[in-house]
Design a protein around this ligand. Structure first.
Ligand SMILES: NC(=O)C1=CN([C@@H]2O[C@H](COP(=O)(O)OP(=O)(O)OC[C@H]3O[C@@H](n4cnc5c(N)ncnc54)[C@H](OP(=O)(O)O)[C@@H]3O)[C@@H](O)[C@H]2O)C=CC1
Ligand SMILES: O=CC(=O)O
Length: 286
């Protein structure tokens, strides 16, 4: 199977490598084109624009930072729309809001092509290990055709129905994750400031009802005030913002997420956007 891949950031690079290693023919494009070189060494072809990739491939996956990037790659000059046509499929795995996804879906449909949104849950390591959770919605036939690729990229994929449902599910999950990370960070700071041993706090948490892989994986580095980026904080704040916008539209109160978002915003102001989202701990500490 031949696939195009647009966006070789932390996630896209790992995902494209997995597809290559599993025998897919992959043509890659990235805004900063030099990031394609590592993939080319592993056997990928390079497309010089999104439209060149779309022209070459029946299926193209995108993994881009945010709504602005997702829209730009589709609608701008040399973008997806210039070459997408009947018989082709476009799969956007970026985390965006349902409005963005719907705009892309409508434009792609007008060209006679098929569209699937398929944001993922899981971070850098799960992406490297093909252990993502895929939250797909849109064209069911395209979903069925993409299952072999999804089986390489993830440990489980869900088909959630109409376009928008994948985006919304992803935002709900990340709103919960961001709020949890915020509460966890407050706990670590409170423990430290009140004279408790933070490692003992981690041990206690890990034995109780709120034990979870995120605390277990991120906690030890956070105690060392080390935040190497797996899920960049700027993307977590984007997801909080988009989840809060969704809640505004349908009048769901989310006081905890709103408060957490304020600290993620503060962290971005303090230049922590490119650190891991666990750096919200550093913002609380300051
Ligand atoms: N990292 C993680 O743990 C996870 C991330 N996600 C989501 O996946 C998506 C990608 O995340 P991640 O790989 O971490 O992000 P990165 O910041 O590492 O990569 C972002 C990618 O988007 C590209 N990009 C940014 N702006 C534009 C633009 N205007 N036009 C074209 N391309 C653009 C970047 O290109 P360039 O190299 O030129 O800057 C890069 O390829 C995000 O939506 C994120 O929320 C989902 C699950 C986990
Ligand atoms: O979107 C981030 C993740 O870890 O999932």
């Amino acid at each position: 199977m031949e696939v195009g891949f647009l966006g070789l950031g932390i996630m896209g690079k790992a995902m494209a490598i997995n597809l290559l290693r599993s025998g897919f023919k992959v043509t890659v494009w990235n805004r900063t084109l030099s990031k394609c070189d590592d993939l080319a060494e592993l056997g990928a072809s390079i497309g010089t624009t999104p439209s060149a990739v779309i022209k070459k491939c029946k299926y193209t996956i995108a993994m881009l930072s945010d709504p602005e990037a997702a829209l730009s790659v589709v609608f701008d000059k040399d973008g997806v729309l210039e070459q997408i046509s009947n018989g082709k499929g476009y799969i956007d795995m970026s985390t965006v809001d349902d409005e963005t996804s719907t705009k892309i879906f409508m434009a792609i449909s007008k060209k006679g092509a098929s569209f699937l949104e398929a944001p993922v849950s899981g971070s850098k390591k799960p992406a490297e290990n093909g252990q993502l959770v895929i939250l797909a919605a849109g064209d069911q036939e395209l979903y069925n055709e993409m299952v072999p690729a999804f089986d390489v990229l993830g440990k489980k994929s869900f088909f959630l129905g109409e376009v928008g449902n994948g985006a919304k599910m992803k935002l709900v999950v990340n709103m919960i994750m961001g709020s949890m990370m915020h509460a966890f960070s407050e706990g670590l700071v409170l423990a430290g400031e009140s004279g408790l041993d933070q490692q003992t706090l981690l041990d206690v948490l890990d034995l109780g009802a709120i034990a979870n892989p995120m605390f277990r994986m991120k906690g030890p580095a956070m105690i060392q005030q080390s935040y190497p980026p797996a899920f960049p904080l700027k993307h977590q704040q984007k997801d909080m913002r988009l989840a809060l916008a969704l809640s505004d539209e349908i009048h769901v109160p989310m006081p905890v997420a709103a408060a957490a978002n304020e600290t993620f915003k503060k962290a971005r102001r303090l230049d922590m956007g490119d650190l891991d989202f666990s750096a919200v701990h550093k913002a609380i500490n300051q």
